[in-house]
Write a protein that binds this ligand. Sequence first.
Ligand code: MG
Length: 346
Amino acid sequence: MQRKVGFELHSSKVSAWYLWIVVSSNVVIDGVTKPTMRRTDSTPSDMSSVKRAVRSSLLALYDTFIFDADGVLWLGGDAIPGSPEFVNQLVDAGKRVVIVTNNSTKTIDEYFEKTKKLGFKVEKESIVSPAVVTAHLLSESGNGRSHLPVYLLGTNGLAETLAKKGVQSFGVGPDHFESYTDTNFVMKVDTSRQIRAVVVSYDNHFSYIKLMKAINYLRDQDVDFVATNEDLTFPGPHKDVLVPGSGSIVNSVRMAAGRDPVVMGKPHRPIFDFICARFGIDPKRSLMVGDRCDTDILFGNNHGMDTMLVYTGIHNSEDLTRFESQGRTDLLPKYFAPSLNVLLSE
Ligand SMILES: [Mg+2]
């Protein structure tokens, strides 16, 4: 017999937003009764009791809540309404809260300042980015080249994070085509400097020249190819404007170089191993909350965690329907909700 709890969160002519949890006494995993999720068009009559039931289910099932940042906790410089309060309620309830962003443009100090400014009560060491993982892994490895710098397509924040771990880099900032030629073509760039790796991330000065340097450095198979993350776009405050992310740049380099990078961020393994080592989390008791199915949700699903999609960033219910019809069950979350706001206790 099934006991249904759930709530319709918002509805309009074109879409229905809802989160239903179906608690089934038949679904027991590792001794814990697990809820399963499904979508429905019906509207529960008592919303507050449904919300309480959903919250208490989440609190009972998970010790660790891992949040993506952009599109979940904030958009640009603004907190998403309800997100700081929800995160703080979890902290007050004794839950471990980890923020795992794929954004490597800022240092952890900068992110920590941002969380404080926006009202999140989280500790600095609970914030993790692929920049930190990249710096950590490069500082620990080297294959005889650890004394050499990396060629970096990235920002000052990433260069700073690498330098903190003793990894020197060059390449940040503008590198204009006009500095090399006054024709339409550049046929030669200087890549004689010895390097250990090409590291590719979000680079707002990405250029043809940088692409050309990167792929020529990568002709040497002893030079590692590292990408912080592969998000093709990231959410900004303007819904009608697409903002290219690291993945667009990584793919340019990948296609032209004919080599695949080792990717540090979600959904890949290095950042999962890093958070497991740092926090000792139990994936089965962890919930990954994100706004992108191909990074956050796939990350959770790939590494044995339960997942929740919030519709405040990139993907929404229409995307879920599309992924479902494509048979991409690896991109489907266990739960979904329009925002963290709806999960706040009253
Ligand atoms: Mg995001």
